[in-house]
Write a protein that binds this ligand. Sequence first.
Ligand SMILES: [Fe+2]
Ligand SMILES: [Fe+2]
Length: 191
Amino acid sequence: VLRLASATGPAWVTRALAGLDEVLVDHAHCEKKAASTALSLVFKYAETPGLAATLSALAREELAHFEEVLRHLAARGVPLRKQTPSPYAAALLQAVRPREPARLLDTLLCMALIEARSCERLWLLADAVDDASLAALWRGLLASEARHQRAYVELAAAHFPLPAVRARLDALTRHEAAIIAAAPPLARLHA
Ligand SMILES: [Fe+2]
Ligand SMILES: [Fe+2]
């Protein structure tokens, strides 16, 4: 199991709770993006054994999460508006090496890190939010986001030598922590 190189502090939780509707809209966009990225990997790497089945199922789960967040937005009367995304994901993926097969390894590990950070922060939100229905939403997603994180690491481990996976995961984990530390102070899951 993957360990992040930094822990989210109370300042982020305070900021997120102060911009709850904005965070919920961002959360919806994140679930949609997670589904879309998983599906795009199914297209790109359809011939990689095991990848299509795993990531197709994962994409369906992310879409179900998206729909769940949409229901919470509707219940709060908040429209799914466009938002300036946090630069986090794009900055993280800049570390992906351009040539295969390194590109696949790096992409899988970056996706695992995004899942891990989401999981950490959904847990913090569920714990801190003063709204039983949102707490239930976020708590209910933890198990599946933790499973997604494992699925991405396991795909990497199934197709690359373990020492290479470990070394790259180490480097990308440090990169992820540096990006999260430098993220602008927005009310976003990854800021
Ligand atoms: Fe999700
Ligand atoms: Fe996920």
